[in-house]
Design a protein around this ligand. Structure first.
Ligand SMILES: [Cu+2]
Length: 285
């Protein structure tokens, strides 16, 4: 079958309709449109997350500006300098010093701008508050989480209470809306990673190397938390439910843990005093 102008037009039309079709198949609910606006990210639920969200969307905008410019240049040269019937090959140009300087300087400029905004967002996300209202000491272990709520100063609870999950029972983590909390992370065995996708943030949980971060949840709801570091056979079971709740609901949950006898802190082993690095002489042959 011959290739006619009509089939060419039909192909271009089909090509142009692909994104429209994808949008239609995806459904155009408000939720979907919002997610497109966040370039795939879920809804942000903390005071820190917008820093990461803006960096993510801003990086995509910068990439698209560069992309559209480069695609435009490519299309221009493909059309303008295409081989014509009367010439063997187009004029070849090489070693153009100004041009080579330009395409060294421009990427350096782009990377410098991205670097500046990355450091700015990182500093804001990792900033510590002077006095967090709550402290939760989290212990990760193969393959679940233990949450210790350091609520001694909370007059409604006046105790440290804990909840420990198992592979079969996913534990709950309760945080109070609009109150800064410090999350201290320790591991009882191997490397894990604490992740709530709606935080736009995750942090490694390492044996012998305590990590911590501060955050203020800003939206009530129940969200799925995960371990984001492949930590063994049942890594995929290492989930928790994050509940962002009112102060009253939080106090009720803490009191329930206390009434159930789940008081005191469950700690990970102190690996800093256990782990020793073998010297060359001691290392097995
Ligand atoms: Cu894990």
């Amino acid at each position: 079958m011959g290739y006619t102008a009509a089939t060419s037009k039909a192909r271009w039309l089909a090509f142009a309709l692909v994104p429209v079709g994808m949008l239609a198949l995806g459904g155009c609910s408000q939720e979907h449109l919002d997610q497109w606006g966040r370039v795939g990210y879920p809804e942000a639920i903390t005071d820190r997350a917008p820093w990461m969200g803006n960096l993510w969307v801003g990086t995509w905008i910068a990439a698209m500006v560069v992309g559209v410019f480069v695609w435009g240049l490519m299309a221009y040269v493909v059309v303008k300098f295409r081989r014509r019937a009367d010439e063997d090959k187009p004029r070849q140009t090489q070693y153009n010093l100004p041009l080579e300087l330009l395409y060294t300087v421009v990427p350096l400029f782009i990377i410098s701008v991205l670097f500046f905004f990355t450091v700015q967002a990182q500093d804001a996300v990792q900033a510590k508050v002077a006095t967090p209202t709550h402290t939760v000491n989290v212990v990760a272990s193969k393959w679940s989480w233990t949450f210790n709520y350091m609520e001694n100063a909370n007059s409604k609870v006046s105790a440290v209470v804990h909840e420990a999950g198992t592979i079969e029972t996913i534990p709950d983590l309760y945080l109070v809306i609009n109150e800064p909390v410090r999350i201290n992370l320790t591991s009882a065995d191997v490397d894990h990673s604490f992740w709530v996708p709606q935080f736009y943030y995750k942090l490694d949980v390492l044996p012998g190397h305590p990590n911590s971060f501060d955050v203020t949840p800003t939206k009530e709801g129940v969200y799925l938390g995960k371990c984001a570091e492949l930590c063994g056979t049942y890594h995929s079971n290492m989930l928790f439910n994050l509940h962002v709740v009112s102060q009253a609901e939080f106090d009720a949950k803490m009191s329930a843990l206390k009434a159930a006898g789940q008081t005191g802190e469950i700690k990970a082993p102190d690996y800093t005093s256990v782990v020793t690095v073998p010297t060359t002489e001691e290392a097995p042959k």
